[in-house]
Design a protein. Structure first.
Length: 645
C-alpha cells in the first residue's frame, strides 16, 4: 500500500511538473463583427483572446492587415484604413504601427502592448476597431462583401472563430458562403445562418491550424450602397501618383532639354568652310585646340592636346628642347636667347614648368610641378577665350540632371514599388549612367586621331564594357514582370542616354565663335590634305621644313598630326628620294630611333613618349463572386495574420 501511495504521489508530481510544458500559446477565440455602412465603408471590430506563455507572446500580439494590393500591370489599389481604438482587457492599450510589403500585398502591422512591459503567463483579450474603405464588390444582380475575417498568416492555432456581417438598412443577404483552411483552400468547416436577413453569422467547426483562416462572403441587395464611379478612377490615380510623377517628370525633362537645345544649343551659321593655309590670326595651338574640342581634350592622365601643342610650340620657337632618352623618359630643357613671341598661355606654362631651373625630367618628382603648369595653362586659355567664342551651357544640363535624379527618387518614394519594380527603375539608372558614359568616353578616344595604340585599346575596351553595362541595365530593367516598371526601366535607360547626348549638344559657339570654328575647320582641311593633292591647291604655300615645324604644334593640338606629318614625309621623299631617311632632324627634339623617312610614325611615337612620361609623373590617385461559391480561404479584403512580440 505504501509503495502504491508513493507511486501515486510521484505521478501527480510528474504531471504537475509537465503541466506548464503542455500549455501552448494559441488563439482561444477570434470573433469579428463587420458592419457595412451606407457609404460603402466597413467598420470592423475584432475580439481576439489568446493564451500567452512568454514564448512568442511576451509584450502582446501584433495584427497584420492588408491595406494595398498590386495588380498584374503594376498599379497599386490601396484601401482606406483608420484605426478607431485598440484595447487590452477592455482598456485602451498602447500600440504602434509599421507598414511593409510582401510580394503583391502591402500590410499594416499593429503592435499591441508596451515595449517595456512584459506579460505574465495567462489569458489576454484584445479588441481592435478600425474603419476601411474600397472593399465592396459590385456585380450585375447584387453587391458583395468578400472578407477574410481572421487572416491566414497567424503563427498560432485558432481554437474557434466567428464572423458576423451586418448589412446596411434596406439590404438583406441573398447568398452567403465561407471558406476555411490554408490560403487558396475552399474548405467547408463552418456553420452559417442569416441569409434573408440583415445579419449573417459564421462560425468554424474545427480548430484552425497555424497558417489557416476563415474567409466569408455575403451577397446582398444591389443599389443600397452606391457604386464607385469617376471617383474610383481618381483614387487609382492618387494611389499611383509616383507613376504619374515619373512619367510626367521624365518626359518633361526630355522636353526641357529639347527646348533648351533649340533656344541656346543650336550652332549659329558660320562661314563657308574652305581650305585655309594658315591658322586663324592671333590664336595659339593650345587656344585652337580648346576652341575646336570645346574642352581641354585629355590624352592620358596628366596630359592634354592643348598642353602637348603648347610644349611643341615652345620647342619650335626655340624656348625649350624635348629630349627622350633610351628608356623613353622625356626631359624638357629650357633654352635662352629666342626672340620668338609667346602667347599668354605659353608664357605662363614655361614659367610654371621650369620655375628658376633649366631642366625638368618627367618623373614622380615633377608631378606636382606639371599639374600646376597644366592648370595654369588651362585657366589662362579658358579666361582668354572661353566666353567669347563658345558656351558650354553646363548649368542648363545640370538642371536637367538634378531634375532627373529628383524625379526618379521622388517617384520611388511616392509609389513604393515592390522589390522587383525598384530594381527595374534603379538598375537602369546605375548601369545606364556608367554604360553611356563609357560609350561616349570610348568613342571620344577612338576619334581623337592620336596614334597611341594603348589609348585606342582603352577606347575599344571602354566601348565593349559600356555595351555590357548597357545590356545589363536594359535586362535588369525588365525583371519585374510588371509592365509599368518595365516601361519605366526603358524610359530611364533611354533618358540617361538622352541626358548624356544633350551634354554634348548643348555646347554652342557664339556668333564670333562660329566664324572662328569655320576657319579652324578650313585650316584642318589644309593640314589633312595629302602632299599630292596639296600641289593642286591654288595659292597654297610650298611645303618646307620651316612650314612643317610652324604648323606641327597646331596639327598635334587639333588631332591631325599624322596626315600633316605624312605630307611632310612625302615632300622629303619627293625632293630627296635617296636621302629621305636623314633629310630632316628637328632642333627642338632629340630622341631614340629618329627617322625622317616615316615622320608620321616617328612624330606619333614622340607625342606618345611625351604623354606617357607625363602620365608616369603624376602622383598616384587615392585610393469570380465569393458568395456564390467561387472563392477560397484567404481571398477577398481583410486578411493578413499576426503573432506575438
Amino acid at each position: 500500500m505504501r509503495f502504491v501511495l508513493k507511486a501515486l504521489i510521484f505521478c501527480i508530481a510528474l504531471i504537475a511538473a509537465a503541466a506548464p510544458a503542455l500549455a501552448r500559446e494559441e488563439i482561444l477565440s477570434f470573433d469579428v463583427d463587420v458592419t457595412v455602412q451606407t457609404d460603402g465603408d466597413l467598420l470592423v471590430e475584432e475580439n481576439i483572446t489568446v493564451r500567452a506563455e512568454g514564448d512568442q507572446i511576451r509584450r502582446g500580439i501584433f495584427r497584420e492587415i492588408p491595406i494595398g494590393l498590386l495588380d498584374d500591370v503594376g498599379f497599386w489599389t490601396k484601401q482606406g484604413f483608420d484605426i478607431v481604438s485598440v484595447q487590452q482587457g477592455g482598456r485602451d492599450s498602447p500600440y504602434h504601427t509599421q507598414t511593409f510589403s510582401q510580394e503583391k500585398i502591402r500590410f499594416l502591422r499593429i503592435y499591441i502592448g508596451d515595449e517595456d512591459t512584459y506579460l505574465s503567463p495567462g489569458i489576454y483579450a484584445y479588441t481592435i476597431v478600425y474603419r476601411t474603405s474600397r472593399q465592396l464588390r459590385f456585380f450585375d444582380g447584387f453587391d458583395e462583401i468578400y472578407w477574410n475575417a481572421t487572416g491566414n498568416f497567424w503563427s498560432f492555432p485558432i481554437r474557434g472563430a466567428t464572423a458576423r456581417v451586418h448589412l446596411p438598412e434596406g439590404a438583406v443577404a441573398e447568398q452567403a458562403a465561407a471558406y476555411t483552411g490554408a490560403y487558396g483552400d475552399s474548405g467547408g468547416n463552418y456553420r452559417s445562418n442569416g441569409v434573408g436577413t440583415g445579419t449573417v453569422s459564421f462560425s468554424t467547426t474545427r480548430t484552425l491550424a497555424p497558417g489557416e483562416g476563415m474567409t466569408v462572403a455575403v451577397g446582398f441587395t444591389k443599389g443600397v450602397v452606391p457604386e464607385r464611379g469617376i471617383g474610383d478612377g481618381l483614387r487609382l490615380f492618387l494611389d499611383n501618383i509616383g507613376v504619374f510623377v515619373f512619367a510626367v517628370g521624365w518626359f518633361g525633362i526630355i522636353g526641357y532639354l529639347l527646348v533648351t537645345w533649340y533656344r541656346i544649343g543650336r550652332d549659329p551659321p558660320g562661314e563657308t568652310v574652305i581650305p585655309l593655309y594658315h591658322p586663324p590670326e592671333g590664336f595659339s595651338p593650345a587656344a585652337l585646340s580648346y576652341l575646336h574640342f570645346q574642352e581641354f581634350r585629355q590624352i592620358r592622365r596628366g596630359s592634354s592636346r592643348p598642353l602637348i601643342g603648347a610644349l611643341l610650340s615652345l620647342g619650335v620657337k626655340k624656348h625649350l628642347r624635348i629630349e627622350e632618352d633610351a628608356k623613353g623618359v622625356v626631359t624638357f630643357r629650357r633654352l635662352q636667347g629666342s626672340t620668338e613671341p609667346l602667347s599668354n598661355g605659353e608664357a605662363i606654362l614655361i614659367e610654371r614648368l621650369f620655375g628658376g631651373g633649366e631642366t625638368v625630367r618627367m618623373n614622380k618628382n615633377a608631378g606636382v610641378r606639371l599639374i600646376s603648369a597644366h592648370a595654369a595653362l588651362e585657366r589662362t586659355i579658358k579666361r582668354e577665350y572661353g566666353d567669347r567664342f563658345f558656351k558650354s551651357n553646363l548649368a542648363w544640363f545640370v538642371v536637367g540632371a538634378i531634375a532627373a535624379i529628383i524625379v526618379t527618387i521622388l517617384s520611388l518614394i511616392l509609389q513604393q514599388p515592390p522589390d522587383e519594380g525598384g530594381v527595374a527603375i534603379i538598375a537602369p539608372v546605375i548601369f545606364s549612367s556608367l554604360g553611356w558614359f563609357g560609350a561616349f568616353k570610348g568613342g571620344e578616344m577612338l576619334t581623337a586621331s592620336f596614334p597611341v595604340g594603348f589609348q585606342r585599346l582603352r577606347g575599344i575596351a571602354l566601348i565593349a564594357g559600356a555595351i555590357v553595362l548597357l545590356l545589363i541595365g536594359l535586362g535588369l530593367g525588365q525583371v519585374s514582370g510588371y509592365p509599368v516598371y518595365n516601361i519605366g526601366g526603358l524610359v530611364v535607360f533611354a533618358g540617361v542616354g538622352t541626358l548624356m547626348g544633350f551634354r554634348l549638344l548643348l555646347r554652342a559657339p557664339t556668333q564670333l565663335g562660329a566664324k572662328i570654328f569655320s576657319r579652324i575647320e578650313g585650316f584642318m582641311l589644309y593640314l589633312t590634305t595629302a602632299e599630292t593633292e596639296r600641289l593642286n591647291l591654288r595659292d597654297a604655300p610650298e611645303m618646307s621644313e620651316e612650314l612643317f615645324e610652324r604648323y606641327l604644334p597646331y596639327a598635334v593640338a587639333l588631332g591631325v598630326e599624322k596626315p600633316w606629318s605624312d605630307a611632310f614625309s612625302a615632300y622629303l621623299a619627293r625632293i630627296a628620294p635617296t636621302q629621305a631617311a636623314h633629310a630632316y632632324q628637328p632642333a627642338w627634339y632629340t630622341g631614340r630611333n629618329w627617322s625622317s623617312a616615316n615622320i608620321g610614325r616617328v612624330t606619333g611615337s614622340a607625342m606618345a613618349a611625351m604623354s606617357s612620361s607625363m602620365a608616369a609623373a603624376m602622383p598616384a590617385p587615392k585610393s469570380s463572386s465569393g458568395s456564390g461559391g467561387g472563392g477560397f480561404s484567404g481571398g477577398g479584403g481583410g486578411g493578413g495574420g499576426g503573432g506575438g512580440w
